[in-house]
Design a protein around this ligand. Structure first.
Ligand code: ADP
Ligand code: DAR
Length: 344
């Protein structure tokens, strides 16, 4: 492989850090799953509008290609190669009384974590057979769940387009054909091995074999962030009794995209901020101050509609799960105060 063509318009962290010298140092290295630098950078080479442009094919990628991953992880997370991640999944440590009990602003709350099965390659390097083994293992694990977490698994293979599109439209199921995931090799053999588990009320869901092997999701209407977090922690704890998760003292929970390392948690609200939306500099001053990310209402790479935004924590690594949710909570309180001041 020759040094890729990285045009000057490319603003990803891959383009920032993959110098010709670093490329020469890493280009012939492979992990035990035969995952190469070429595979790791392909998404960023094919999509020059990537934010990051790099995916790991296995836990070992983070050490085999450490000279590249470490720089990108430090730039994105402010987390150095000598730092250690700490986890805290205790809802009692969260200070989060409902910030919108009258339901004037927060439409819905969703908190998710990514997880991958220990001792298995990640999505970009996994074989079809291994992916189906992961699906079988996760499905066996979630079928043990009881009480409010009890539900059913629905494979994508055989799911009608009508059912699939309705689940996507209602924010329950992952979209198809993401070009960044496609270039990373995460959509291979689609839709085989992929599916969704959910309880009757769709307040607890598990995505299987999308970007990560599990996305464990708790969500509900309204702003009771503590209740959503409590349900998620109960689910994570129950599933981990059945399915071992890939974890490291340094990087926390291992994910295919380096932006999700650590807690692998994104805590979000869909929130109506029509007045603040007219003053985006004030809006972004608040989101920057509280380490928040703004997405559209149909997830990553989508637009907001009618003044409704997906607001979530940006930090995932080097902070605990409680701190990630607290980031989102504290930022949402500030956004609501600003919205109130603009509407009075
Ligand atoms: P992820 O959060 O797993 O990284 P996305 O940002 O693509 O993935 O969001 C996945 C789906 O979850 C999308 O349909 C999105 O609209 C939905 N979603 C995210 N946050 C919320 C929320 N607070 N309430 C309802 N749906 C949400
Ligand atoms: N689209 C990729 C990934 C960015 C973070 N989002 C994830 N992992 N879903 C990029 O490099 O922009």
């Amino acid at each position: 492989m020759n040094y890729p063509n990285l045009p000057k318009e490319c603003t990803s962290l891959l383009c920032k850090y993959l110098t010709p010298e670093l490329f020469e140092e890493l280009k012939d290295k492979k992990t035990k799953n035969n995952f190469t630098l070429e595979q790791a950078i392909n998404s960023g080479v094919e999509n020059i509008d990537s934010g990051i442009g790099l995916y790991a094919g296995d836990k070992e990628s983070y050490t085999t290609f450490a000279p590249l991953f470490d720089q990108i992880i430090e730039d994105y997370h402010g987390f150095t190669k000598d730092d250690s991640h700490k986890s805290n999944l205790n809802p009692n440590d969260l200070n989060a009384p409902n910030p919108d009990p009258e339901g004037k602003y927060i439409i819905s709350t969703r908190i998710r974590v990514g997880r991958n099965v220990d001792n298995m390659p990640l999505g970009p390097a996994i074989s079809k057979e291994q992916r189906e083994e992961v699906e079988a293992s996760v499905v066996k694990g979630v079928k043990q769940l009881e009480g409010e977490l009890a539900g059913n698994y629905y494979p994508l293979l055989g799911m009608s387009k009508e059912v699939q599109n309705k689940l996507i439209k209602n924010h329950f199921l992952f979209k198809e054909g993401d070009r960044f995931l496609e270039s990373a090799g995460l959509n291979k053999d689609w839709p085989e091995g992929r599916g969704i588990y959910h309880n009757h009320d769709k307040t607890f869901l598990v995505w299987v074999n999308e970007e990560d092997q599990l996305r464990i999701i708790s969500m509900q209407m309204g702003g009771d962030i503590r209740e959503v977090f409590t349900r998620l922690v109960k689910a994570i704890t129950s599933i981990e009794e059945q399915v071992p998760f890939s974890y490291s003292e340094h990087l926390g929970f291992i994910t295919s995209c380096p932006t999700n390392l650590g807690t692998a948690m994104r805590a979000s609200v869909h929130i109506a901020l029509p007045n603040l939306a007219k003053d985006m500099s004030r809006f972004k001053n608040i989101t920057n101050k509280f380490h928040l990310q703004i997405r559209g209402i149909h997830g990553e790479h989508s637009e907001s509609e009618g003044g409704v935004y997906d607001i979530s924590n940006r930090r995932r690594l080097g902070i605990t799960e409680v701190q990630a949710v607290q980031d989102m909570y504290d930022g949402v309180v500030a956004l609501i105060e600003a919205e109130k001041s603009l509407s009075s």
